[in-house]
Design a protein around this ligand. Structure first.
Ligand code: HAM
Length: 412
């Protein structure tokens, strides 16, 4: 029996892969214009890094991580997201000692043991962007301007930016208490997870997908009514920035992100076209997290977008063109010459093809057509003796005879 891919992990085959390459190219160009540099971080990190940053009582850490002991007995985890690793690297390599802000991005696979469905995989790819070492609200706005521009440049329509503020370590405790007081009398109707987490992390109840918990959460206190003056001022500056850049958004005071490190600004880009998995991208500010990971008390903000979800929503790119030249060679000597010509053209960066086996002219022409070759060079013993070749334009069917020695020049 043949071996199949692991559940929730998928191959990206051609031609789908061309769409991915186009998306990554667009993203890299946009990130460059906004001053971001790429960082490559490992897939494996110490388990503790994620437990400490994402939060012990989140779904990700409680039940979704791929965690195992390696052969040295260390507990390692396959990254469920990139922020923790980027910040670990930022602290480890003392990037924070250089004047900021530091704008970094990473692209690569993440791993979460979730129930696979449309737009939700166990290995998925993220485009992750982080701005570190600065707490200015202008950067929150700037990052969202970039995100919306990215999503629009990828051709997505029917997407909305939702924003919220989750307050800070000064005002959040009061809000948490208000939530606990609200849910306490409704306790018997909450699911086991929510019941267990209610005291440690009542915001999680607002994020619970269980119908009963959703019903209980109706009418719950709203964070924006509880944030302190500093957080309110920060949020108002963020909104001003978005307004002045002409980026529209919806206030979503019920948005609770699935990770615990957020303070103040949080945001998501949501779509109406993906069913339950409606978040294309999500992020927020996490001032204090760099310190938690052993660095200085610097602020930071970032987002991640899911490449699979973007690919589901992005329009198909224009057909990739076929080879510039297909050489149909008939006979041993012409095949030798064809081989030389094809390799020379390829080394000049021109896509050229021929058949690897001796085939009839008809079969070779069929292959050229299948590959969608722009031109076909027909080279037989007779032509070669005369030092000539026939060049056929596959678009209009026209044909010309030209000296074989000039072919390379004519195509290149
Ligand atoms: P997140 O909301 O957990 O945030 O994930 C960001 C995006 O990754 C989602 O909006 C979605 O597009 C994609 N995604 C997440 N899980 C899956 C899955 N199982 N299958 C397919 N796509 C998925 C974070 O990961 C934060 N680290 C974002 C961030 C960066 N916050 C600050 N900096």
């Amino acid at each position: 029996m043949s071996i199949q891919a692991v559940r929730g992990m998928k191959d990206v085959l051609p031609p789908e892969v061309f769409k991915w390459q186009n998306m990554e190219k667009t993203v890299r160009e946009i990130f460059r214009a906004f001053g971001f540099s790429e960082i490559k971080i490992p897939v494996l990190e110490r388990t503790e890094l994620f437990a400490r940053s994402i939060g012990e009582t989140t779904d990700i850490v409680e039940k979704e991580m791929y965690t195992f002991s390696d052969r040295s007995g260390d507990s390692l985890t396959m990254r469920p997201e990139a922020t923790a690793g980027v910040l670990r690297a930022y602290v480890e390599h003392k990037i924070h000692a250089q004047p900021g802000p530091h704008k970094l991005f990473a692209i690569g696979p993440m791993f979460r043991h979730e129930r696979p469905q449309k737009g939700r995989l166990r290995q998925f790819n993220q485009i992750d962007a982080e701005i570190l070492g600065d707490e200015s609200p202008l950067l929150d706005a700037e990052l969202m301007v970039m995100l919306v521009h990215m999503v629009e440049s990828l051709g997505l329509t029917n997407v909305d930016l939702h924003i919220n503020s989750l307050g800070c370590s000064k005002c959040r405790p009061k809000y948490r208490q208000a939530l606990i007081d609200f849910f306490e009398p409704k306790k018997q109707n909450l699911c086991e997870d929510c019941l267990r987490r209610l005291n440690a992390n009542p915001l999680r109840v607002l994020d619970c997908k269980v119908e009963g918990c959703k019903e209980q959460a109706e009418g719950a206190p709203v964070i924006l009514d509880h944030i302190c003056d500093e957080c309110a001022e920060h949020f108002s500056q963020v909104r001003k920035g978005l307004d002045s850049a002409g980026v529209s958004y919806q206030l979503d005071p019920r948005m609770v992100r699935g990770l615990d490190y957020y303070v103040r600004t949080t945001f998501e880009v949501v779509t109406g076209d993906l069913g339950a998995q409606n978040a294309v991208a999500g992020g927020g500010r996490y001032d204090g997290l760099i310190e938690v990971l052993g660095g200085p008390p610097q602020g930071g903000i970032g987002f991640a977008a899911g490449l699979e979800r973007l690919a589901l929503l992005a329009p198909e790119p224009a057909e990739r063109p076929g080879p510039a030249l297909f050489v149909a060679a008939l006979g041993e000597k012409p095949r030798e010459e064809a081989f030389k010509l094809v390799q020379n053209l390829r080394r000049k960066g021109i896509w050229a093809e021929m058949t690897s086996q001796d085939k009839s002219l008809k079969a070779q022409m069929r292959r050229a057509g299948k590959l969608d070759s722009a031109k076909v060079l027909i080279l037989g013993e007779n032509e070669l003796e005369k030092g000539e070749a026939v060049l056929k334009n596959m678009q209009d069917g026209s044909q010309e005879n030209l000296p074989f020695s000039e072919v390379e020049e004519a195509i290149g």
